[in-house]
Design a protein around this ligand. Structure first.
Ligand code: CA
Ligand code: CA
Length: 364
C-alpha cells in the first residue's frame, strides 16, 4: 500500500467550487504538504517545510453542555427516500430505500469513550505509530521529512481567502486523537468527539464495544428521522456548522468556532445528537460517486473493487456522512443527512469521527 501517492500529485490541481472539500485524503495531504513545502523553501523561519501547528485557542468556546446519556437508541425498520437530487451529484439519485431495524449511539464517540478503550487494550492508533517510508512508494529522499513522522491532518485556517484545500489542511507530526491540534496544542477534551482515527482504529473500537460501523443507509435513515429534505444551512440551534465566509471568516454564531462537545445542539426526532455537523461520521459503505438506483433493500454500497473516489484515486475510500463544523454556505453545503464524501481509510483528520450501530438492545 502506498501511504501518500506523492509521485502522482498534480500541484496545479485546484478543485472546482462544487467539489468543495472539507475532507482530506492521503492524496490531498500529499498535494497540500508538497505545496506548503514549496512555499516554505522561499521563506525563513520554518524548518523542513513542517506546517505550523493550529492555534487551538482560535476554536475555544466558553459554552459547556450536558453530555447526553450513552444509551443506544432503537431505530425501527422502515422505508425512506435516500439520497438527494438537489445539491451535489454524488448524492443522487433519490430512491425509495428500505432499512431493517437496528440500534445506534445517540452521539458521536467521545474522547472519554475512546480513552476507556485505549486504556483497557493498550491500543495505539495509526496516527500514533511510526510511518514506514516504504508505504510512499517513492525514494525516501523525495518524501518531505515531516511526513515520515507519525501524525495526522489538521485544519489550519489560512489568513487570506482561498478555495484550495491545500491552504487549510496540514499534515501535523504529533497530531493524533490525544493531541488533536498537535503536540503544542491542548489535550483532547473528554466530551468532544474523537477525531484523527483511521478505519482500523474505528473497527477496533467497535469490536471492543460490541457494535459495528453503520451502513450509509442506516446512518441516513436515522439522521433524516422522517423530516423533509432541505438545502439551506440549518438553524444554529440544530447543528454545529460554519457561519461566515469559509475559510477565513468564522463567526461562530452557533456558539462554536470549532468542534463542540457532543449534545450541545438539539437532537433530531430519533433523539440523536449532531448527526448533521460537528464532525463527519464514517460509515461502512465503500464510496463511489452517486448511488446505485437498483440497490434499495438494505443497501451496503459497492464492493471494494468497485469503489472509486476521484479525490483519492488508487484507494478504496469509505463513505462519511453529515458534514462538519467546517461546512459553510459558500463552501461545502453538506450540513444535511444526504451529504456524503469519500473518506480515506488510512488517515484520520481533525473533522472526522464516527458513531456505532448495534444489532441488539442495550443491556439492562
Ligand atoms: Ca460552528
Ligand atoms: Ca456529526
Amino acid at each position: 500500500m502506498t501511504r501518500f501517492p506523492i509521485s502522482n500529485f498534480n500541484p496545479a490541481f485546484n478543485p472546482a467550487a462544487n467539489l468543495a472539500l472539507t475532507l482530506v485524503t492521503r492524496g490531498a495531504i500529499a498535494a497540500g504538504a508538497a505545496l506548503s513545502l514549496a512555499a516554505c523553501s522561499a521563506s525563513e523561519g520554518e524548518e523542513n517545510g513542517e506546517p505550523l501547528p493550529t492555534a487551538a485557542s482560535d476554536f475555544a468556546s466558553a459554552i459547556t453542555c450536558k453530555t447526553p446519556a450513552s444509551v443506544r437508541v432503537r431505530i425501527d425498520g422502515g422505508t425512506f427516500i435516500m439520497g438527494s437530487n438537489a445539491v451535489y451529484a454524488e448524492e443522487g439519485l433519490e430512491r425509495e430505500t428500505t432499512v431493517d431495524g437496528f440500534w445506534i449511539d445517540p452521539h458521536e464517540v467521545t474522547n472519554r469513550q475512546f480513552a476507556e478503550f485505549a486504556a483497557a487494550t493498550d491500543f495505539k492508533t495509526v496516527a500514533e505509530k511510526p510511518v514506514d517510508p516504504a508505504q510512499f512508494g517513492v525514494p525516501v529522499e523525495q518524501i518531505p521529512p515531516f511526513m515520515l513522522q507519525a501524525g495526522s491532518a489538521v485544519f489550519t485556517p489560512p489568513d487570506r481567502p482561498s478555495r484550495n484545500y491545500g491552504d487549510w489542511w496540514a499534515y501535523v507530526p504529533g497530531a493524533n486523537w490525544r493531541k488533536p491540534y498537535g503536540p503544542q496544542g491542548p489535550d483532547a477534551e473528554p466530551d468532544q468527539p474523537v477525531v484523527h482515527l483511521a478505519w482500523d482504529d474505528m473497527r477496533a473500537y467497535a469490536d471492543w464495544k460490541g457494535g459495528r460501523i453503520p451502513t450509509e443507509a442506516e446512518w441516513e435513515y436515522a439522521a433524516s428521522a422522517g423530516a423533509e429534505k432541505y438545502t439551506e444551512q440549518p438553524d444554529p440551534r440544530l447543528a454545529n456548522s460554519w457561519q461566515g465566509v469559509f475559510p477565513v471568516v468564522n463567526e461562530g454564531s452557533d456558539g462554536f468556532k470549532g468542534i463542540a462537545p457532543v449534545g450541545c445542539f438539539e437532537p433530531n426526532a430519533n433523539g440523536l445528537y449532531d448527526m448533521v455537523g460537528n464532525v463527519w461520521e464514517v460509515t461502512a459503505d465503500h464510496f463511489r460517486p452517486g448511488h446505485d438506483p437498483a440497490d434499495q433493500d438494505n443497501p451496503r454500497g459497492p464492493s471494494e473493487n468497485a469503489a472509486y473516489d476521484p479525490l483519492n484515486p488508487g484507494f478504496a475510500s469509505r463513505v462519511m456522512k453529515g458534514g462538519s463544523y467546517l461546512c459553510a454556505p459558500n463552501y461545502c453545503q453538506r450540513y444535511r443527512p444526504e451529504s456524503r464524501q469519500g473518506r480515506d481509510v488510512g488517515l484520520g483528520a481533525s473533522n472526522v469521527g464516527f458513531r456505532l450501530a448495534y444489532d441488539s438492545a442495550p443491556q439492562k
